[in-house]
Design a binder for this molecule. Structure first.
Ligand code: CMC
Length: 392
């Protein structure tokens, strides 16, 4: 096999052309459809960014309100789907609950599964954007044993999600504008990131002409892993452990450098960014703002800041170009918002949803797309003869 160069992990393999997201990992640049992430984060909304990613242009006021109203009309779950949640164990992690429920959408909407029927793809797109937040809120409700709330479509999509998550029946739920703004920002920053592990999964599954729900459900499962979306949960667990063991940042960094028990500095490093992740810069500032406005003093933020400071002054991290990534500070904001650690990756999925949809649609509409089918280098036994059971 010496002559064959493998590209395990696809470090150097482009799998498609795409007009959706541009990343320059050396310069720390991220753009959606040409618009710099910094401008979108400061001026846009998640609804608008979702529209931009999926349809390719910033919507006019009418296009945006039509889009939002259309999504709002589909936020409710079929009662039979709502009952799904009763069947999961109370301590179920909400990520597999989310992917199972999204997978189940293929059974409820059998009339709209044809990937090559534009109207069917459109209605599936809207259904996903509308129902995934409801599913996410119900996954949370299940985990805390509270009753499920039906969507209230007088509210904005984000406020509706926050109410379905944190509200209880017969009590008014006032959405804190600071939290609503922080939520919108986090969703914008997660909305797409070109051919990452979960998006590549969505495209690969879709390349077999599997429907949009099935493909997105597979993407959610890929996102669950701690090296990908699951890193935000892993970061908070890491910070909590450091805090519990006395807050010794230097001891922890030493463990990482000595690779004790394979421990990594979670929320650091990225396959593409060999510079500060531009999303991490924005989130770090937002974390300060949220903490200040809400008057929160979380010792875990101080530990995160110290970790960053120590790591970025250490040759181990400098020589490997390891910088904070998007997941390093997000968990602290989700925690301040009241989300339990296990919901963090679900929040990532809510943000990434329009990106998955946009990428799946681009893949399906591209006439040059072929079924994804990598080759391998066989390293097993050469041909040998079968030996009957009684002769072995
Ligand atoms: N802590 C300690 N060492 C690290 C880390 C880290 N977080 N990340 C990479 N390294 C080391 C790695 O051991 C390797 O060292 P050496 O060359 O001596 O063997 C070198 O840096 C290069 O890393 P790699 O694992 O070959 O890089 P990769 O591109 O295959 O992996 C990564 C990228 C993100 C999986 C990895 O950096 C990592 O595991 N980070 C921690 C998990 C994390 O924060 N993931 C979130 C990524 S951003 C959002 C998302 O994708 O969901």
């Amino acid at each position: 096999t010496g002559a064959v160069a493998l590209d395990g992990g696809f470090l150097n393999t482009a799998s498609c052309s795409s007009a959706i997201t541009f990343i320059d990992g050396d310069e720390g640049i991220l753009r959606y459809r040409g618009y710099p992430i910094e401008q979108l984060a400061a001026q846009s909304t998640f609804s608008e960014v979702s529209y931009l990613l999926i349809y390719g242009h910033l919507p006019s006021a009418i296009e945006l309100s039509d889009f939002e109203n259309n999504v709002k009309r589909h936020t409710m779950l079929h009662e039979d789907l709502r009952r799904f949640f009763d069947g999961f164990p109370r301590d179920a992690h909400p990520m597999p609950v989310l992917s199972s429920a999204v997978s189940a959408l293929s059974t409820f909407y059998q009339d709209s599964l044809d990937p090559f029927d534009k109207e069917q793809v459109e209605i599936s797109t809207i259904r996903l954007l509308a129902k995934v937040p409801t599913i996410a809120a119900y996954a949370y409700k299940k985990s805390v044993g509270q009753p499920y709330l039906y969507p209230d479509n007088k509210l904005s999509l984000n406020d509706n999600f926050l109410r379905m998550t944190f509200g209880v029946p017969a009590e008014d739920y006032e959405v804190d504008p600071v939290l609503a703004k922080a939520l919108d920002l986090l969703l914008i920053l997660h909305a797409d990131h070109e051919q990452n592990c979960s998006t590549s999964t969505v495209r690969l599954v879709g390349s077999s002409h599997a429907n949009l729900f099935a493909s997105v459900s597979a993407g959610i499962n890929a996102l669950f892993g701690p090296l990908h979306g699951g890193a935000n949960q892993a970061v908070l667990e890491m910070l909590t452990n450091i805090h519990r063991s006395g807050g010794g940042v230097n001891t922890f960094i030493r463990q990482v450098k000595n690779r004790e028990d394979g421990v990594k500095l979670m929320g650091f490093g990225h396959r593409v960014y060999k510079n500060y992740d531009p999303r991490a810069t924005i989130i770090k500032n937002a974390a300060h703002e949220v903490f200040e406005t809400l008057g929160i003093n979380d010792p875990l933020l101080d530990i995160a800041l110290r970790l960053e400071e120590v790591a970025l002054a250490d040759d181990f991290f400098i020589s490997r170009k390891l910088y904070p990534n998007v997941d390093f500070y997000t968990g602290l904001i989700y925690k301040a918002m009241g989300f339990p650690t296990r919901m963090f990756t679900v929040m990532f999925a809510l943000g990434r949803l329009p990106g998955w949809i946009a990428q799946w649609r681009e893949m399906i509409e591209d006439p040059t797309t072929k079924i994804g089918r990598p080759r391998q280098v066989y390293v097993g036994e050469p041909q040998r003869s079968y030996i009957p059971l009684d002769a072995r």
